[in-house]
Write a protein that binds this ligand. Structure first.
Ligand SMILES: [Zn+2]
Length: 303
């Protein structure tokens, strides 16, 4: 994929302006009125005049007042105390979502481990009730924005951080999706906007994403990714729903196709074992193996 992008080394010594980012986003295919979930590595651009503010302003300029910008504001589940959306723990998703949370009109959803922050016309319907639904699976904000015709923007990051692929895993019904994990809390206390402290159950956790790059050739083959370069940042733009559908198709052929091969991974070896035990427990009578061989999805209620 990177072979498609020629890096002009002289770009790296010039600071990236707001105009450069706006032009780059438009070349990539971002349009007025778009709803977009963006994953951004600020340092990947090289030097950006105005830093995170410039990137946010550029995206908001392109999508306009009729568009919506959403970003993940995830953090690890081990922080101390109750989740307070007015004073949340620092996100691990970088400087750009940290700044977006302070943007005029920004809404942080109330999920205590996988909140999103959104600005724009559909910020409220995207974030509303997140604490009562899946973190990143069905009916999560990530799913909702795809269903609303939204796009997925990766700026200087790879498919590794593409949360919408987790949503696709949920729709694919891979047996490891959302299984309770002994190394994760089953819920968290959270402070609601009315000041009430409530227990929010966390029945599911997305798995590992280190193997998500494996789907990129499949998506490229179907013409589902637009590539571009802004400064030194390699950028990708995809439509959300076709991406989810693509993940479902990909996983119908290989249920473990998005698990990683890192020796230090604590999730994927467990997930592979689980897939293998699940296949044995369900057995050939269900016809799952035959369906998988034919590249069709599994419809077993146990899946
Ligand atoms: Zn892994």
């Amino acid at each position: 994929m990177d072979a498609r992008i020629d890096i002009d080394e002289t770009v790296s010594i010039r600071p990236i302006s707001r105009r450069n980012v706006i032009d780059g986003l438009r070349q990539l295919g971002l349009r007025t009125g778009d709803r977009v979930i963006a994953h951004v590595s600020l340092s990947s651009f090289g030097l950006v005049e105005g830093g995170a503010r410039t990137v946010i302003e550029a995206i908001l300029t392109v999508i306009g007042s009729g568009g919506t910008l959403m970003m993940p504001y995830f953090f690890p589940p081990w922080y101390q105390g109750a989740f307070d959306p007015w004073n949340p723990p620092p996100t691990t998703c970088g400087a750009v979502p940290r700044l977006l949370r302070t943007w005029p009109g920004a809404i942080l959803s109330l999920h205590p481990t996988h909140p999103v922050v959104a600005v724009g016309l559909d910020a409220r319907p995207l974030t509303e009730g997140h604490e009562r639904v899946s973190s990143v699976g069905k009916d999560s904000p990530v799913d909702r924005i795809a269903k609303m015709g939204g796009k997925v923007l990766l700026l200087g990051v790879t498919q590794w951080v593409n949360t919408t692929i987790h949503t696709g895993e949920a729709y694919a019904g891979v047996p490891y999706w959302g299984r309770p994990r002994p190394d994760r809390p089953r819920g968290r206390w959270a402070i609601m906007p009315d000041g009430q402290k409530v227990w929010i159950p966390l029945p599911e956790y997305p798995g590992d994403s280190a193997g998500f790059h494996k789907i990129e050739p499949f998506l490229v083959e179907r013409g589902l990714i637009a590539f571009g370069l802004i400064g030194r940042a390699r950028c990708r733009l995809m439509a959300g729903q076709p991406l989810i559908d693509g993940v479902v198709e990909f996983l119908s052929r290989d249920r473990g196709g998005l698990l990683c091969d890192r020796v230090d991974c604590t999730f994927c070896p467990w997930a592979r074992q689980f897939l293998s035990e699940h296949a044995m427990a369900v057995g050939p009578k269900s016809g799952i193996d035959d369906r998988q061989k034919r590249g069709q999805p599994c419809w077993s209620k146990n899946c």
